[in-house]
Structure formats: structure tokens, C-alpha cells
Design a protein around this ligand. Structure first.
Ligand code: HEC
Length: 152
């Protein structure tokens, strides 16, 4: 009985590898990047955010194995959809100006990403430099302003 269950689980794991979603990750081309205020800001961005908010995602080996591949694909799709530095001025929704808020609230980079990418963690000093650079590059979103800001 036990071996049957183990066998069934094994077959399932193999079978889900054939689901097309999240297989053979491809990076779309880079169309246009924002005007970074400095190379340091860009560097910090690609260290901590670029995998999900650009078209230059580095896909680790395990990101090809279902069901991890599905989660990773979903995150990258959602991340790019809201904010993609490789589609600057091209993609309608591009919320760079909310970056500072997401960092201050500790929402970005997501905690589960930091576990597998410890280099993405921002020290307090990194954060200071990064936030300054993000402000100079994207400005700061003001949610509580009555949508009068149509600058982008
Ligand atoms: C593991 C992938 C991943 C990484 C790394 C990541 N993000 Fe995100 N980000 C997402 C996803 C998914 C969303 C959309 C859903 C959500 O809001 O959680 C998002 C949404 C956003 C948004 C849109 C506003 C919002 O609150 O939804 C901003 C701005 C943002 N991220 C900034 C950043 C910044 C800045 C970094 C680096 C410090 C970063 N992200 C790192 C996945 C990621």
C-alpha cells in the first residue's frame, strides 16, 4: 500500500512536468529603460527587483520544475505587468513611482524571494541609497492625492 502511494505521487510529479505553463521560460526583448539617475540605482534594482520587474530575468534551474515553475512564472508575469523597467514608456501600467513605498513597507522584494536570493536583501545603508535613487528616477507616488497627478 505504502509503495503504491509513493508510486502514485512519483507519477504525478512526472506528469505535471508536461503542463505547458511555466515551461521553457523566455525573456522578451528589452524595449526601453527609464533614465536611471545613476548606475548604482540600476545596479541595486537589478540585484533586488530585476528578476520580476524587467525582461532580464535570471531563471534558476529549479524554476523549470513544476510546480515551482508555475509559481515563479506567475510572479514574474504579475510583477512585469505592474512594473517593468524593460518596457519603460511603452507599457501603460508601470508603477515605478510606488517602489519606495513597497520597500519601506517591507513588501518588496517579497520575503520568499529573499530566501532563495539572499543577495537581494537590502541593508539599511543600501535602502537609503536605493530610495534616494528611486526618488530621483521615478519620483514618489502619492496615493492620497486625488488622482490629479497624470505626469506619467
Ligand atoms: C519574486 C518577484 C518579485 C521581486 C523580486 C520584486 N517584486 Fe515587486 N512585485 C511582484 C509581484 C508579483 C507584484 C504584483 C502583485 C503584488 O502587488 O504583490 C509586484 C508589484 C510591485 C509594484 C506595484 C505596486 C504594488 O504594490 O503592487 C511595485 C512598485 C514593486 N513591485 C516594486 C518592487 C521593487 C522596488 C522591488 C525590489 C526592491 C521588487 N518589487 C521586487 C514581484 C516581485
Amino acid at each position: 500500500m505504502r509503495y503504491k502511494i509513493i508510486g502514485a505521487i512519483f507519477i504525478c510529479i512526472i506528469a505535471i512536468q508536461f503542463v505547458p505553463y511555466g515551461r521553457g521560460h523566455v525573456n522578451p526583448p528589452v524595449i526601453a529603460e527609464p533614465q536611471w539617475d545613476s548606475t548604482k540605482t540600476r545596479e541595486l534594482f537589478f540585484r533586488s527587483c530585476g528578476d520580476c520587474h524587467s525582461n532580464e530575468t535570471t531563471w534558476p534551474g529549479y524554476s523549470n520544475i513544476a510546480p515551482i515553475s508555475w509559481l515563479v512564472q506567475y510572479d514574474v508575469n504579475q510583477g512585469r505587468k505592474e512594473f517593468n523597467v524593460s518596457m519603460w514608456g511603452v507599457q501603460r501600467e508601470n508603477e515605478g513611482d510606488e517602489s519606495i513605498e513597497t520597500i519601506e513597507k517591507g513588501e518588496m522584494p517579497p520575503w520568499f524571494y529573499i530566501i532563495s536570493h539572499p543577495e537581494a536583501r537590502l541593508s539599511e545603508d543600501d535602502k537609503k541609497v536605493f530610495i534616494k535613487g528611486l526618488l530621483a528616477t521615478f519620483g514618489k507616488g502619492d496615493e492620497d492625492d486625488e488622482h490629479e497627478d497624470d505626469s506619467d
